[in-house]
Ligand binder design. Sequence first.
Ligand code: DGP
Length: 139
Amino acid sequence: MGNDCIFCKIVEGVIPSFKIYEDENTLAFMDINPVNPGHCLVVPKNHAPNLFESEPEDLANTMATVRKVARAVQQVAKPYGLNLLQANGAGAAQSVFHLHFHIIPRGRDDDLRMNWGLKSGNKDEIAALAAKIKAAVED
Ligand code: DGP
């Protein structure tokens, strides 16, 4: 693991998160700074700082989980659209250096810009959506 990697600590359960889905190789959990309701993240359990340094097998496993969780988000949040986002490097606004994919439900006219600012989310709302999406994940 990366020594001070916050997502490794989430994977290990050292720090809490609203988990949606977990298997041997991947974990999905709610983003603590959601840009829209239902915004969540999927990570490989093996640490890699970014796409370039990831193992193809970890990436393949991660994408399978992205598909699974995105389908659940689509079912629960019923968004106008849904974006995936994956940042590499500070210049791409990457702030956590453990490979992750954002699953971002879109609202009509939500005017979402690529490099959004971080605003604290409402924990009760995040937890309620986490429970619904978790229940909607199909194996
Ligand atoms: P990026 O900027 O692409 O590296 O996105 C990192 C995301 O991770 C950002 O949207 C906020 C989220 N985040 C940062 N720290 C934590 C945390 O401790 N818990 C959770 N659930 N999300 C976090």
